[in-house]
Design a protein around this ligand. Structure first.
Ligand SMILES: Cc1ncc(COP(=O)(O)O)c(C=O)c1O
Length: 367
């Protein structure tokens, strides 16, 4: 007999009763962000396959799919395994899958899910095909095109040969092309637009060459949260990978992402007020991440994060601010991508009450 899922003891509690530090997901803000991105993709005639490398929680991924996503994008095989274990079974692993151990793992997972991967190397594709043959499974492939990011991916003129190889191998199927333009995300608006257009042109060129070789390009995939509205406007994508914008954070705000709400909040607590100018909280960089900067205080005025130790937040207090040990403070993380992976669970809250607790089962899945 199947056991009903265990309800987490925090469900139904008020935020004031949650032990800190804890990550909160504001459901109203999350649903707003999901609807915003799903609508943008649909309006541009593209499917939305959001990247879950920041959120890492299958329950959140399922919410994305319920909100209009066709599936999800992950960075790693093990991250995809966590998704499949959590019931999410349509996954693009937007990365090169290299090495016999990892490829064997991919082949096992292919029997449990509808998978697609990125590839930019002929020998790698042959190895993947052989591993899939051994287990009798197939997967789809996007030929990875370097759209000026200079990370992985082939130049457009090499895309037809790889696409032909995928077509010829029996256990991999050509789904299309991927061109992720991560290099544009932090550029200023004008430059970002220019470079997004340049990246789109490279992917279009690859598409034209592959089609001229007589091969169908079903999917063209790319776009990140930092430029998705510009990318969609080019009309060259029919699948959008942008996903982090559903949580939204200071980094995305600094990248010029507009119309989103802060859905990810770090609940913390003041543990000491040593003098009138300084308070200390319980969320250090082991709770916030330290990749891109300091978190911002969300729910209080005149108190500012000025430093992070491993386990402590250091606050500067404006004159006369009333702060005492035990006070809760919610923080907006600097970059959700480097925050969520430090936590075991996300508390999904609405109107100040915990509705659900979602395991972050993709955390630590780096393989
Ligand atoms: C391959 C790929 N696609 C898409 C994204 C965009 O992710 P996000 O929208 O979460 O910023 C990234 C970000 O690193 C990526 O590496």
């Amino acid at each position: 007999m199947t056991q009903p899922p265990m309800t987490h003891p925090d469900v139904g509690k008020a935020i004031a009763e949650i032990d800190t530090p804890a990550l909160l997901v504001e459901l109203d803000a999350l649903d707003h962000n999901i609807a915003t991105m799903a609508r943008a993709a649909a309006a541009a005639g593209a499917d939305w396959r959001p990247h879950i490398k920041a959120s890492k929680a299958p329950a959140l991924a399922s919410r994305l799919i319920a909100g209009g996503a066709v599936g999800v994008t992950s960075a790693k095989v093990s991250e995809a395994e966590a998704m499949v274990d959590g019931g999410v079974t349509d996954i693009l692993i937007a990365n090169e899958i290299v090495g016999s151990t990892k490829i064997a793992r991919l082949a096992q997972l292919a029997g449990r899910a509808r998978l697609c991967i990125a590839a930019d190397d002929a020998a790698n594709l042959r190895e993947i095909d052989a591993a899939l043959a051994a287990v009798g499974a197939t997967i789809d492939v996007l030929v990875d095109v370097n759209v000026n990011m200079d990370r992985c991916g082939v130049p457009p003129d090499q895309a037809p040969a790889l696409a032909q190889l995928v077509t010829d191998l029996p256990h991999v199927q050509l789904r299309g092309l991927m061109g992720y333009e991560g290099h544009v995300m932090h550029l200023d608006p004008e430059e970002k637009e220019r470079e997004t257009i340049a990246a789109a042109d490279v992917l279009q060129e690859a598409r034209a060459l592959v089609e001229a070789a007589g091969l169908p390009v079903g999917v063209t995939s790319g776009g990140g949260s930092g430029n998705y509205w510009i990318s969609l406007a080019q009309g060259h994508l029919n699948e959008l990978q942008a996903g982090g914008g559903v949580l939204f954070d200071r980094s995305y705000e600094q990248m010029g992402v507009r119309g989103h709400r802060f859905a990810l909040l770090l609940l913390s607590q003041i543990i000491s007020v040593p003098d009138e100018n300084r308070a200390v909280g319980d969320a250090g960089w082991k709770a916030t991440g330290r990749h891109t900067g300091l978190p911002l205080v969300h729910d209080r005025e005149n108190i500012e994060v000025v430093g992070l130790n491993a386990e402590h937040t250091i606050y500067r207090l404006a004159p006369g601010v009333d702060v005492k040990p035990g006070d809760q403070v919610t923080l907006i993380p600097s970059y959700s991508d480097s925050t969520v992976l430090l936590h075991r669970q996300l508390h999904a809250v609405r109107d100040g009450v915990v509705q659900e607790v979602w395991p972050v089962s993709g955390a630590g899945r780096l393989q």
